[in-house]
Design a binder for this molecule. Structure first.
Ligand SMILES: C[S@@+](CC[C@H](N)C(=O)[O-])C[C@H]1O[C@@H](n2cnc3c(N)ncnc32)[C@H](O)[C@@H]1O
Length: 370
């Protein structure tokens, strides 16, 4: 592809990303993959170059831009020369072409983030690994990354092709941000426990819990998303985790599906659905998706899931709540509401890319009186 053709491809992809962000459609990664699947003539260098332009624009522009052209003009003015209208090049500039304004995020989100709003939220994230203690020890795998000093199974700076390596395919390591590893570290699951991972998704943290439990006890992975939960079984097989039982939940009917476990769990992890403001390093277009209305629906859902989780914990047991968000309404405010619930706050932590080198998280551990 000629450089002008690459710029036009980036404009077309950005148009799709902008539309998907407005309508809760697919992620930028999925859109880029689909775009090139339909254009096999584009070589790997073209794909890489176009992807870079697209992500440059997404990272630089805080507010959702009006169009792909506006995005390029605002974030990559060095490409304006390509707007010649010749062949595959973008159409020539017109008086209607208004460049999008650079910024960190939509103004209402920046305001709510307060001190947490800074450019590190959009920095490039390293690939972190969690060594699977069911199959390996960290010392054997030092070649894959640098040890993270206070995470006994953590490595950072893994190679880009890690998913193709034998160690990954054989389940010796999982790709997992070090912040996520700190959530299960705070959960402190132990062999023999009954543990519920209420919002297990595709099982990233479930697998870490199984390793901490040394495959002894009962570990329930539940979620309301059938597709995500469907990944847990094959992943568990690869990781050698044999104590996991999956349960698909009906939104609003969670308690019924878990009725046999009421008041019985030693530990319940609520890795709650959230705005994802802590994960912009990996999903920068997520900040174009969030609206005040969506945020308030998420806050209500988190509150409800916390109540479901509370009913499952046995006296003396623990509940760990985590969100990959730095917005106070999903963190401290939830904690204040929940503290009225007969649980005692044992520990809380805010992680920020600026200070902790991981995604942004809020994590709290509660303990139920005996
Ligand atoms: C932050 S993600 C969990 C990520 C997962 N724990 C991991 O480590 O990969 C939040 C999850 O909550 C799930 N969820 C949303 N509503 C739910 C509900 N009513 N009950 C259970 N899970 C729900 C979503 O499907 C999503 O998988």
């Amino acid at each position: 592809m000629r450089p002008e053709g690459r710029t036009q491809a980036a404009i077309e992809i950005l148009d799709l990303v902008i539309e998907a962000a407005r309508d809760q459609g697919p992620s930028a990664d999925v859109i880029i993959a689909d775009y090139f699947r339909a254009r096999r003539y584009a070589g790997s260098k073209d794909r890489r170059a176009v992807r870079e332009i697209v992500y440059d624009c997404i990272r630089v522009l805080g507010e959702r831009p009006a169009s792909g052209r506006a995005a390029i003009l605002g974030a990559r003015p060095d490409l304006t020369d390509h707007f010649t209208g010749v062949g595959v090049a973008p159409a020539t500039l017109s008086p209607e072409d208004e460049p999008a304004a650079p910024g960190l995020a939509p103004a209402w989100i920046v305001e709510r983030l307060g001190d947490a709003a800074d450019p590190s939220l959009l920095s490039r994230a390293p690939i972190d690994l969690r060594v699977n203690a069911l199959k390996a020890c960290r010392e054997e795998l030092m070649g894959l990354g640098t040890p993270i000093h206070d995470l006994p199974y953590g490595l950072t700076g893994a190679p880009e092709d890690i998913a193709q390596r034998a160690e990954y395919r054989g389940g010796l390591v999982e790709i997992q941000d070090s912040g996520s590893q700190r959530i299960t570290q705070m959960a402190a699951a132990r062999p023999g426990m009954t543990v519920i991972d209420l919002c297990a998704g595709a099982g990233g943290k479930t697998l870490a819990l199984a390793a901490d439990m040394r495959n002894e006890g009962l570990l329930i992975a539940s979620d309301s998303d059938r597709r995500r939960l469907g990944n847990v079984v094959p992943r568990a097989e690869r990781a050698g985790a044999s104590i996991i039982e999956t349960r698909l939940l009906d939104p609003g009917e969670e308690t019924g599906a878990l009725a046999d476990l009421t008041g019985r769990a030693d530990l319940v992890l609520v890795d709650a659905p959230c705005s994802g403001t802590g994960t912009w390093r990996r999903n920068p277009e997520a900040r174009w998706r969030l609206t005040p209305d969506r945020l308030s629906r998420l806050v209500s859902l988190q509150e409800r899931l916390l109540a479901v989780a509370a009913s499952l914990v046995r006296p003396g047991g623990a509940l760990v709540y985590a969100v990959c968000s730095l917005l106070p309404e999903e963190g401290e405010a939830q904690l204040r509401r929940f503290s009225e619930n007969g649980f005692l706050l044992a520990e809380k932590k805010t992680l920020h890319p600026r200070t902790d080198g991981c995604d942004g998280f809020f994590i709290a551990r509660f303990e139920k009186a005996c």
